[in-house]
Design a protein around this ligand. Structure first.
Ligand SMILES: [Ca+2]
Ligand SMILES: [Ca+2]
Length: 72
């Protein structure tokens, strides 16, 4: 099992409205801050790729799973 606390800090940085979910809009804001702006479509695509529950938002669980798979 992934240790979610390791990713909670990063998650919080992206979740700017603190509702515990990352939306496509928040993802877009993040990429812009990183100097790599993406289109609305690309951001929505990325959310769909990470969203395993199908609610259209990325939870900490989904985020942590993605991050741990990436770094594994
Ligand atoms: Ca949010
Ligand atoms: Ca979800």
């Amino acid at each position: 099992m992934a240790d979610n606390s390791a990713y909670a800090q990063t998650f919080d940085l992206v979740d700017t409205d603190d509702d515990g979910r990352i939306s496509a809009e928040e993802l877009r804001d993040l990429m812009e801050r990183l100097g790599e702006p993406v289109t609305e479509e690309r951001a929505a695509e990325a959310v769909r790729a990470l969203d395993s529950s199908g609610d259209g938002l990325i939870s900490l669980d989904e985020f942590a799973r993605f991050m741990s798979e990436r770094t594994a």
